[in-house]
Design a binder for this molecule. Structure first.
Ligand code: 13P
Ligand code: 13P
Ligand code: MG
Ligand code: MG
Length: 373
């Protein structure tokens, strides 16, 4: 049986700044999907991390289906009305176009979708991150799918020793998707050379080289490319199939124990550690830190099991403490050096205006004039 998993995610308003959506907003979206999606979906789940709401839809219609995209778009529009009605902050923030034109790609919401023939048991993980960017998944995916120091299965499991094929997107390109495919392990250094640059090169999907099956998909939308100005961070989502011909659940989770520094945090303009958090966690310190949540499911004949929370475990308390320490260390240096993103990535126009206004005030002192001083 072929099943499609589609996540469409948007920030359409939150309480108290960019913290978390209201209960009523979540209920509005959930009710809308339940009623309008009845004939389209075999199952669905609505979750949030920070101020971002994700609709996970299970259906047989394949990726990029306009009815599925419309369903999510209409639910987020209904959510926006509810957010406006409640006076939530940033109501409709991620809905950047006024009318739906068949696909939410390029319209603001983040999308990640995969279609596969269900295995007899089909475990998978859904990740939602807030206050960060799609490149935040580069390092965890590289470690989980290409590094035997992290993934013992690359040495031990016959199905995955053949490695994985990475499709990487150059997200700075605006006219169509500029992509490249690289194979692990042969292309490891080339892959690392691209993936070190989280702002520009982003893992879009990963396939098994054993059977060509889809293993992981990541949303790669960049809001400021669409809007041409800062409109919130491109808080990303990801789906990963696990076990047997893919890494084990624990091998996918393990890289998040490093709480790697990522771009995002306050005003989408800083660097902070990616903290793995429990379901329902909002943002706090310095509008962050960047957070990542995970939902573990099995899907069977198009129906989801209940979700488990892999980051709700005592082990991750230690990681959270370390992430808080890393955030404090970085924040001690305010705007200086690596604490803030480079000029090319600065999300807010203010600093760009300041620097532009200073351009004409610079003077150039030549060497011979220098000698005369
Ligand atoms: P399975 O063989 O059940 O997929 O699990 C492998 C494993 O040992 C996970 O750590
Ligand atoms: P979001 O992208 O999560 O809405 O956050 C915006 C922001 O500027 C936080 O400081
Ligand atoms: Mg927001
Ligand atoms: Mg957000």
């Amino acid at each position: 049986m072929f099943t499609t998993l589609t996540i469409i995610k948007a920030d359409v308003g939150s309480i108290g700044g960019h913290i978390a959506p209201s209960r009523r907003l979540l209920d509005t979206i959930t009710r809308r999907i339940a009623s309008d999606g009845e004939s389209l979906l075999s199952d669905f789940f609505v979750g949030h991390t920070g101020d971002d709401i994700a609709i996970l839809m299970v259906h047989p219609r394949g990726v990029g289906d306009s009815e599925i995209h419309r369903l999510a778009w209409d639910a987020f529009r209904a959510g926006t009305d509810s957010a406006k009605d409640q006076g939530l902050y940033g109501a409709g923030q991620d809905l950047l176009v006024s009318s739906f034109s068949g696909n939410v790609k390029g319209a603001g919401p983040a999308v990640a979708e995969m279609e596969f023939e269900e295995r007899p048991n089909e475990p998978f993980l859904m990740f939602l991150a807030d206050k960060t960017e799609p490149g935040a998944f580069n390092l965890p995916l590289y470690l989980a799918f290409a590094d035997p120091m992290n993934t013992a299965g690359l040495l031990l499991s016959p199905e995955i020793t053949q490695g994985f094929r990475f499709r990487v997107q150059d997200v700075s390109h605006v006219d169509g998707d500029r992509v490249i495919e690289l194979e692990a392990p042969e292309d490891l250094y080339r892959l690392a050379a691209l993936l070190r640059d989280n702002d520009r090169f982003v893992v879009e999907s990963i396939r098994s080289r054993h059977d060509g099956e889809i293993a992981a998909v990541v949303s790669t939308q960049r809001l400021h490319n669409i809007a041409g100005k800062y409109t919130g961070k491109d808080d990303p989502v990801m789906l990963v199939r696990v076990q047997k011909n893919f890494p084990a659940t624990g091998e996918i989770l393990a890289p998040f124990a490093a709480a790697p520094y990522v771009g995002g945090f306050m005003r989408g303009s800083h660097v902070g550690p990616l903290m793995p958090v429990k379901h329902g966690t909002g943002c706090s310190y310095f509008d962050g830190p960047p957070i990542i949540s995970c939902w573990a499911f099995c899907v069977h004949h198009g129906r989801l099991t209940e979700a488990l929370d892999p980051f709700d475990h005592p082990f991750w308390d230690t990681v959270r403490d370390r992430a808080a320490e890393k955030a404090l260390e970085m924040r001690r240096q305010g705007f200086s050096g690596p604490a803030m993103l480079p000029y090319s990535e600065l999300e807010y126009g203010g600093i760009v205006k300041i620097l532009e206004s200073l351009e004409s005030k610079f003077t150039v002192v030549r060497q011979d004039e220098l000698a005369a001083v």
